[in-house]
Write a new protein. Sequence first.
Length: 163
Amino acid sequence: MAKDKDVKTNAMRILDRNKISYEVNTYECEEFIDGIHIADMLGQSYESSFKTLVAQGKSGGHYVFAIPVHRELDMKKAAKSVGEKSVELLHVKDINNVTGYIRGGCTPLGMKKQYPTVVDSSAEGFERIIISGGRLGSQIILDPRDLVKVVNGKFESIVFCGE
């Protein structure tokens, strides 16, 4: 069981504390690989594999958005979903300072602060979605409703429609 202890991330401890059922998937990864390549490498669907994006609003507040890996965040919809005039994605160099995570290991769970979180409404169509486990090479597979509950977030359409 010692191996399990090594794998636990802050995100997983939060799920454990909230008695939320989840699965962990690990894979070899030395550096950042985008979500599409990870899904391809692991044979996972793009639609149920979610990436975590962090943005800053005009007001200076930070916001977390979880969207399918093959989609693009609609900045207007994202801003509206959090009551901002506009939002801009954080620069890669600022991710760790704001979230406590590195690029590729960022997850909506267990950031330095619990920022307002919006999960794309497409997640509601799945029993389980895949998110980062909180470090490179780690994934958490869970019910999207449990994710929204534990981060006190909400579902809303925040991606560009169509292909």
